[in-house]
Design a protein around this ligand. Structure first.
Ligand code: EPU
Length: 293
């Protein structure tokens, strides 16, 4: 008997998380669950709670740094037919948590549904994007979210209206919950114009940020109120700083690039160095935006 008996079909032990993160770093998850529907997610989380097993939800792993030791608990990944389902109904979009956000943005543009093109180039699953209220210079996802389907901490599955999600800069009040899906409301637009705007934002990012082919987890630190973390890191002389095979991007100082041979510890060492330097230089204690597992 295992603590997850009855759920064996959706569980694999000791799965290397480096295969599931953009950083391609870090050790294994002790257990890796891929539930096929909402009820299975609820069952996995309930069992974790019952047995005191730590758990985390993984999307595309685009904003996560897994330690070299790995994660000594259960990682839940929402993938497969149910979780990757979405429906574009002018002006409403219904999408489940495992949907690739980039794919959704492009499909919405192509169907003449506008708004999300402003979030071009943000990698992640819809669940991860909503959970952290991802965004950039031209907007954040909360502008479009009308409701979120959530597995609550008490095990109930409810649909919360957007104003009950606590959306703020890169924040929600969904810690301890699982985002299962969301309803977005978009605006009609001309597909060609929406796709042109999408490409424009993408190109703008490409010019100012390391390319997606480099191993990063996007911006490492949140912008402190009214300030730019990238500019603060840059002014503290951190561009090009290295620890092992990890480097603060010479292109944008709020990105840490993992070069061949880097360990998660190299990245963690650079995060510590960067925080220390900005504290000394500007008296600001930067807060990580990347999730550290
Ligand atoms: N800057 C520097 N040096 C640097 C980096 C930036 O001087 O090394 C300056 C820029 O010249 C600019 C200012 O800092 O004047 C702001 O930089 P940028 O326009 O690149 O935006 P950002 O605030 O650093 C935010 C999001 C990004 C998002 C971009 C573009 C945060 C922490 N970052 O970056 O999101 O892609 O806007 O929309 O909110 C992410 O969340 O992972 C992320 C990368």
């Amino acid at each position: 008997m295992t603590w997850y008996s009855g759920l064996e079909a959706i569980c694999r032990p000791d799965v290397p998380l480096r295969e599931h993160t953009w950083y391609k770093l870090g050790g294994p998850a002790r257990w890796f669950f891929e539930p096929r529907d909402d009820a299975e997610v609820a069952a996995v989380v309930a069992r974790c709670r019952e047995h005191g097993v730590k758990w985390r939800v993984l999307g595309l792993g685009a904003n996560v740094l897994v330690s070299d030791r790995g994660f000594d608990g259960a990682v839940v990944r929402l993938t497969g037919a149910h979780f990757e389902e979405f429906r574009l109904d002018d002006p409403t979009v219904l999408a489940n948590a495992g949907v690739d956000f980039t794919k959704l943005v492009r499909r919405a543009c192509g169907r003449g549904l506008g708004g999300l093109e402003n979030l071009a180039g943000i990698p992640g699953t819809l669940g991860g994007i909503v959970r952290m209220n991802a965004g950039g210079r031209y907007g954040e996802v909360c502008q479009f979210v009308r409701a979120v389907r959530v597995l609550e901490a008490d095990g109930r599955i409810v649909v919360r209206p957007a104003d009950a999600v606590g959306f703020a800069y890169r924040r929600t009040n969904l810690a301890g919950c699982v985002v299962l899906g969301a309803t977005l409301e978009l605006e009609p637009g001309e597909p060609a114009a929406l796709l042109a705007r999408y490409r424009e934002i993408w190109n703008n990012k490409y010019e100012t940020q390391p390319p997606v082919s480099e191993r990063t987890a996007g911006c490492v630190f949140k912008n402190p109120p009214g300030r730019s973390a990238g500019a603060l890191l840059d002014q503290a002389g951190l561009k090009g700083a290295r620890r092992g095979a990890a480097e603060i991007s010479p292109k944008h100082a709020n990105f840490i690039v993992a070069h061949a041979g880097a360990s998660a510890q190299d990245v963690l060492d650079l995060i510590a160095l960067a925080r220390e330097r900005v504290w000394q230089h500007a008296g600001i204690d930067l807060q990580p935006e990347v999730e550290l597992w």
